[in-house]
Ligand binder design. Structure first.
Ligand SMILES: Cc1ncc(COP(=O)(O)O)c(C=O)c1O
Length: 392
């Protein structure tokens, strides 16, 4: 791997070797397979005696460029790109586990991750215990002799609760467990879980890494030896990212730092605005003084992020009325876009969970989740203001 310069420079200047055409912007290697000079070269490539691209389910120069950038930005050795954030999480959870193994996971999770751990892994004899994300003692107590993996997502979707990465990293080390973190909400610009002892980092790069809501994509990143198992599973089952999407993501990474700075500045202003309103029941934003884990957020995150969750006074009906009165904000489940996007998790992203499970993961029926975009802050605030007023 190349030596790291600064975040922005690594994100911009990491590129596949220039071709004989002398292109300045990075090209797209939109090809299923690669040709060999002769049969001996083909044999040696398949025997892994030489480093060569064979077939794009295994590797591809454009996908490699995206992953090389991600590794530099997360401070890890190796990684693989995947066709979605969920396939990244699935690979991270399954590549190192066998029937009889046990996972400890935070309870506050994205809906599909919760369903994989609860309903799918259990079919293959992999058991789990859920703990409150912020209860360090509970993490410790949940460890059993057969525990092999600790999983968390921080900040969590949508409640914006935080896991204490340093504590869980130490716990994983003491108990010889793999520590896996879904870093989609923070992005590598705000948080590098590997600094706190995480072994595998998952991303839904659909979110801030794409930044404009064009791809479904993901990545799993970690140290060389841990990624080897992930890669060998991925190569056989094939949740491969297309070269075209890898190209979009690699270009998007060039602007991640400036985008995140503006996302966070806008979100901080919206969170402070909501926090003062009479109409608001509660607001969650990691860098607000009212967030119970603000100190931890400031320790492990560079800025507060783009995500805010809040409840309006007046219950679920008022929340839905508010959403229907919005004029500019996009009512859509995606997040991390230049456009501000907003959703009602209980009836959308977390609707497949039972009401009890939703309660467990702090998704109340009134909760609204918003991903603050890059529109002018005055226009974002104006849309909030008029929709809150009309929803009274
Ligand atoms: C925290 C988190 N992890 C994972 C995912 C899944 O990512 P994808 O939709 O790219 O599969 C999401 C999607 O919203 C998410 O919010």
């Amino acid at each position: 791997m190349k030596k790291s310069k600064h975040f922005e420079t690594d994100a911009i200047r990491t590129q596949t070797d220039r071709s004989s055409q002398g292109e300045h912007s990075t090209p797209i290697f939109e090809t299923s397979s690669f040709v060999f000079k002769n049969s001996e070269a083909a044999r040696a490539a398949f025997a892994e005696e030489i480093d060569a691209h064979i077939y794009s389910r295994y590797s591809n120069p454009t996908t490699d460029e995206f992953i090389e950038k991600m590794c530099l930005l997360e401070g890890v050795e190796d990684g693989i790109a995947t066709a979605s954030g969920m396939s990244a999480i699935f690979l991270a959870l399954t590549s190192h586990l066998r029937a009889g193994d046990h996972i400890v996971s935070s309870r506050s999770l994205f809906g599909s991750t919760h369903l994989i751990i609860t309903n799918i892994l259990s079919r293959w004899g992999i058991t789990h215990s859920y703990v409150d994300i912020d209860d360090n003692e509970a993490w410790e107590e949940a460890i059993m002799p057969q525990t092999r993996l600790l999983f968390t997502e921080t900040p969590s979707n949508p409640a914006l609760d935080l896991a204490d990465l340093e504590f869980i990293g130490k716990l994983a080390k003491e108990n010889n467990c793999l520590f896996v973190v879904d870093n989609s909400f923070a992005s590598p610009y705000l948080q590098n879980p590997v600094k706190f002892g995480a072994h595998l980092i998952c991303h839904s790069s659909t979110k801030f890494i794409d930044g404009q809501g064009r791809t479904i994509s993901g990545a799993v990143l970690g140290s060389g030896s841990v990624i080897t198992e992930v890669r060998s599973l991925s190569r056989q089952i094939g949740p491969t990212l297309s070269p075209f999407d890898a190209w979009i993501l690699s270009k998007s990474l060039e602007t991640l730092a400036v985008r995140m700075d503006r996302h966070c500045a806008n979100a901080q202003k919206v969170a402070e605005y909501l926090d003062k309103l009479e109409d608001i029941q509660s607001v969650r934003y990691p860098f607000l003084p009212s967030h119970p884990q603000q100190e931890l957020a400031r320790k492990q995150m560079k800025l507060g992020g783009a995500m805010i969750s809040f409840e309006l006074k007046g219950g679920p009906k008022r929340s839905l009325r508010f959403l229907d009165k919005l004029e500019m904000l996009s009512l859509t489940p995606n997040l991390g876009d230049t456009r501000t996007t907003i959703t009602h998790p209980a009836t959308t992203t977390h609707s497949k969970l039972t009401p009890e499970e939703r309660e467990y993961v702090n998704v109340t029926e009134s909760l609204i989740r918003v991903s603050i975009g890059l529109e002018h802050i005055d226009d974002i605030l104006a849309d909030f203001e008029q929709a809150i007023r009309k929803s009274r």
